[in-house]
Design a protein around this ligand. Structure first.
Ligand SMILES: Cc1cc2nc3c(=O)[nH]c(=O)nc-3n(C[C@H](O)[C@H](O)[C@H](O)COP(=O)(O)OP(=O)(O)OC[C@H]3O[C@@H](n4cnc5c(N)ncnc54)[C@H](O)[C@@H]3O)c2cc1C
Ligand code: SF4
Ligand code: SF4
Length: 477
């Protein structure tokens, strides 16, 4: 009888000292033999819960099986079949698959995300997707983040000519703000190189507004328009002192660290205070820890640790790296003469439920305390920048801030204009894939031709089928 191996093959990683000394990648790849050992722990379940938990239905059971057979080239190809941003995702995905892996209940789940990296790094991943003959229809996509890129890939594979209009001078959306200790910054370009034979044009520096509005694009002959602008404008706290020099918002703070010299941002002679409890707040705090001149970073969150929306990996990473936490405190004002010198916070307690029945947070009277600091980074969430888009689109704004079409297929109130986004990279890609399918169905119906399944992206005769035993998705967009 084969003995189960319940423990995960350890993932090599930097020591604490190496981590806070710079922005080098924390996780190192598995060596070939380590990947094979880890892949051979997989039970190859008849019902693949891991695949069902993945928003892009990545056949992870399949690539794990190929790695176990030492077939790394085939594993890379299978990975890239459903996942055009796999090089990014193999380092950043929140690995929903691992939460549902049956081995999790017996020990540690299979390292599905890290095995994806092994497939791509030990197998041949510099492939090119294959273009299909043009169907004569053009699609405009506004926003070049994961949702827009996935939709562009999917539609181009089906024979559409796609143009992506992106406001920023780069593609990737919020991927560009992910710290370099997770993603070294080369991964997206490596993934997009596989698009080289597809009919996808990227127009950078093109913000929606003026001539670039859906109605005008439809008049110009595009058959449909997708709005995939995400939520990338910082949410403000609305407290006194927020405008002082030394106050930053997390997204521009992280982008500045990724694109500029990793030197000082603000004065950083004293401690840096980060406000927030989500993954972005943890990214900001862990990055601040790497640049703080006196090394001191305090994260202030209005609820308790158990209520933090950030993933366990991020919170534990912050603890290992020396970020300090102050729970059940909320910022009241930021003070200083011409620059941040301190922040005043107050204690919180659970308040009465709001209109939707969710618990609110109330300030405990007389509980104010002053924290000396010279830099404050606010990570209070993001909202979409949709002021330049026409009001008649009548978006529904998701709880995470991105605009969506109100109809079941994400169409807005304007015929032929769709909108979507996602709470993580792979969720945004899942949304991009589903909206691409809806756009294809819409355009095909107008032209009187059948909608087409996504073909094999490497030019095979048969479209890829779902893995055997797949029973339906266990996630919701
Ligand atoms: C700091 C940080 C770290 C993160 N880390 C992770 C992680 O490790 N793993 C993970 O899975 N997820 C992570 N996320 C979340 C993930 O990046 C997002 O969920 C995902 O990028 C959303 O994709 P999207 O395409 O819907 O929107 P976005 O990524 O926001 O892309 C939207 C694009 O539209 C463009 N745009 C906006 N307005 C306009 C306009 N008016 N005209 C033209 N273009 C416009 C934007 O410039 C952007 O390029 C992180 C997010 C942040 C901020
Ligand atoms: S893309 Fe993410 S959720 Fe899907 S299989 Fe890979 S790691 Fe898991
Ligand atoms: S659920 Fe876990 S053990 Fe089962 S096939 Fe998926 S990765 Fe392997």
């Amino acid at each position: 009888m084969t003995a189960f191996r319940y423990d995960r093959t350890p993932i090599p990683e930097e020591s604490k000292e190496e981590r806070v000394g710079g922005f080098g990648e924390i996780l190192e790849p598995y060596r070939r033999e380590e990947a094979i050992t880890e892949a051979r722990r997989c039970l190859q379940c008849a019902m693949p819960f891991c695949v069902q938990a993945c928003p892009i239905t990545q056949d992870c059971r399949g690539y794990i099986s190929l790695i176990a057979q030492e077939r790394f080239d085939d594993a890379a190809r299978l990975t890239l079949r459903e996942n055009p941003l796999a090089t990014v995702l193999c380092k950043t995905c929140y690995h929903y698959c691992e939460e549902d892996c049956v081995m999790g209940g017996r020990g540690a789940p299979i390292a599905i995300r890290h095995l994806k990296r092994a497939a791509l790094e030990h197998g041949r991943s510099d492939l090119a997707y294959v273009a299909r003959p043009s169907n004569g229809d053009r699609i405009a996509i506004i926003g070049g983040g994961p949702a827009g890129l996935m939709a562009a890939w999917d539609l181009a594979l089906r024979g559409y000519s796609v143009t992506v209009f992106e406001a920023a001078p780069y593609l990737g959306g919020q991927i560009e703000s992910i710290p370099k200790y997770h993603l070294n910054g080369t991964e997206l370009a490596y993934d997009l190189a596989r698009f080289r034979n597809l009919d996808v044009k990227f127009e950078l520096g093109r913000r929606a507004g003026g001539d670039l509005v859906p109605e005008r694009l439809l008049q110009d002959g595009y058959s449909a328009v997708l709005i995939a602008v995400g939520a990338s404008s910082p949410r403000h706290l609305g407290i006194p002192g927020e405008e002082l020099p030394g106050v930053f918002y997390a997204l521009p703070f992280l982008i500045a660290l990724n694109t500029g010299p990793t030197g000082l941002i603000g004065r950083n002679d004293r401690q840096i205070v980060v406000i927030g409890g989500g993954d972005v707040a943890l990214d900001a705090a862990r990055s601040a820890r790497r640049i703080a001149r006196d090394g001191s970073v305090l994260l202030v969150y209005r609820k308790g640790r158990e209520a933090m929306p950030a993933g366990t990996e991020e919170v534990e990473g912050g603890e290992i790296e020396g970020v300090r936490f102050l729970f059940e405190r909320t910022p009241v004002r930021i003070e200083g003469a011409g620059h941040v010198e301190r922040i005043v916070v107050a204690a919180t307690r659970v308040g009465p439920p709001d209109a939707r029945g969710r618990p609110t947070v109330a300030i405990v009277p007389g509980s104010e305390e002053t924290i000396p600091c010279d830099t404050v980074v606010i990570a209070a969430g993001e909202v979409a920048d949709i002021g330049s888009l026409p009001a008649e689109l009548d978006f529904k704004v998701s709880s995470h801030g991105w605009p969506e079409g109100r109809k079941a297929d994400w169409m807005t109130d304007v015929d032929g204009v769709f909108a979507t986004g996602g709470k993580s990279i792979v969720y945004a890609m899942g949304a991009g894939s589903r909206v691409a399918q809806a756009i294809d169905a819409y355009v095909a119906a107008k032209r009187g031709r059948p909608a087409t399944p996504r073909p094999d992206p490497f030019g095979g005769a048969q479209p890829p089928s779902l893995p055997s035993g797949y029973g339906g998705p266990t996630w919701q967009l």
